[in-house]
Design a protein around this ligand. Structure first.
Ligand code: CAA
Length: 416
């Protein structure tokens, strides 16, 4: 029998502060509806320099181990997917490994490809396990990022930050992956990038949306071809994409998931032999509100309150989806679309596990979000202007890590 491989459990870490998106709109002299209805945002996570990509990753991983009772002696791989590296050489994975006192006999590395790095790590881990090379061991995949465009930029309302830690194993209680069914699409584009030495990303905003949609069309069609071959979906009265119980997308801002879903439907409608015939009718059907409500809307609860988390954003959508509907989705197939600028898109699928709701209850996401403090726009701006290497002296909350200081280019962490 083919090995079952996938995500056994997850945990989420977010910065301790957030700004209300309507407060930000008013401070920028923008109609709040542009940020709420136009971008789909509600709140935006705000980190201070003590909450860097390492401390968020270590906090999420420590939480996963504690909440789910993970036996760390069974871990054989730790991958950190991130766009927010802290060193050109020493990986975040090595910091996390040390802070969590994980076993020496582990493969550890960072995976960088803009927002796609976490998915690259997940696939490396899943295929390592599926190949048999893991010999029964599990993997930790941590997606961690701080999305930062800068004050008063067009990207400002789409910032955010946080980390999602995934336990990948042969006991996929959350999601058993359809290993090998993945569709991928790569293109050499400059849509979003962050040159060495810069804290803020550069982005060609509207072009980046086009690049995302273009890449995802290729990735989705690749997945669909294999899924049709294996009889997992069919051309019949329901479109192939409608045969997935839910579809989760990379969410740089919530409205993007709506655009992405319309694009997936458009691929099906264009390729179907019995769909609407005129381009206008196809466009209208692609934008179906009913389909969006049924297949996508419920996945966005956390993304709307945290903002973009680059590598972690798809997995925050997975967390939100299973938090909202884990029990109802048991044994159903869902689709997932990862996009990293630069670019690489990957569409993959999996079956939600029967224990998904139980596992998600242990992740205690309501408490994770409820503990945050709402700050004013003035305080958000003060935090944004702090130098990255001078963290405020704040005692870490129990169970969390913070950057304490950077001395002679060596980072020191406190907590947990
Ligand atoms: N009421 C309601 N809606 C309004 C409105 C109002 N008063 N005013 C504007 N809107 C709507 C607009 O119609 C638009 O909606 P549609 O896209 O559906 O037409 C939406 O609000 C946004 O308006 P604009 O396009 O005018 O906004 P903008 O030009 O200021 O910037 C942005 C939007 C390009 C997304 C910008 O925030 C940005 O650059 N963000 C960062 C880049 C990004 O997230 N790219 C996504 C793809 S790349 C990727 O996914 C990788 C990654 O993570 C970065």
């Amino acid at each position: 029998m083919k090995k079952r491989v996938g995500i056994e459990a997850l945990a989420v870490a977010v910065p301790r502060r957030y700004v209300d998106i309507e407060d930000l709109a008013r401070a920028r002299g923008v109609d709040p509806a542009k940020f709420t209805a136009g971008l789909g945002a509600k709140e935006m996570a705000v980190n201070d320099p003590g909450e860097d990509s390492v401390s968020l990753a270590a906090t999420a991983a420590a939480r996963l181990i504690q909440q789910q009772g993970v036996d760390t002696s069974k871990l054989g791989m730790l991958v950190v997917g991130t766009e927010t590296g802290v060193d050109h050489s020493k990986p975040i994975a090595s910091h996390v490994h040390g802070l969590l006192k994980l076993p020496r006999a582990m493969r550890t590395f960072d995976s960088q490809h803009a927002c796609y790095g976490g998915t690259a790590g997940l696939m490396a881990a899943a295929e390592w396990i599926a190949s048999g090379a893991a010999a029964g061991r599990s993997a930790l995949v941590v997606c961690t990022d701080i999305a930062r465009y800068g004050l008063k930029t067009a990207g400002e309302p789409t910032q955010g930050g946080g980390a999602v830690a995934l336990l990948v194993s042969e006991t996929p209680d959350l999601l058993a992956l359809d290993v090998g069914l993945n569709g991928v699409s790569t293109a050499d584009v400059y849509d979003f990038w962050r040159p060495v030495g810069r804290r803020e990303a550069l982005v060609d905003g509207h072009y980046s949306i086009t690049c995302y949609l273009d890449a995802m069309a290729g990735a989705y069609r690749g997945w669909r071809e294999r899924a049709l071959e294996q009889g997992l979906v069919r051309w019949d009265s329901k479109l192939p994409s409608e045969q997935l119980a839910r579809i989760l997308y990379h969410v740089p801002f919530c409205k993007m998931a709506r655009k992405a879903h319309a694009q997936v439907r458009l691929c099906d409608l264009e390729d179907s032999s019995n769909g609407p015939v005129t381009p206008e009718a196809r466009d209208e059907s692609a934008k179906s509100q009913a389909s969006y409500d049924a297949q996508v809307a419920k996945s966005l609860g956390l993304n709307a309150r945290v903002g973009n988390v680059y590598t972690a954003s798809l997995y925050l959508a997975l967390a939100g989806q299973l938090h909202a509907e884990g029990a109802a989705l048991a044994n159903q197939r869902i689709g997932l679309l990862s996009y990293g600028s630069g670019s690489c898109a990957e569409f993959f699928s999996g079956i939600v596990g029967e224990k998904a709701a139980e596992r998600m209850a242990r992740a205690d996401l309501d408490t994770v979000l409820a503990k945050r403090e709402r700050v004013s726009v003035e305080e958000y701006e003060r935090l944004m202007n702090l130098p990255y290497d001078a963290p405020e002296a704040i005692a870490p909350e129990p169970g969390t890590f913070r950057l304490a200081e950077i001395h002679e280019f060596r980072r020191k962490y406190a907590g947990a």
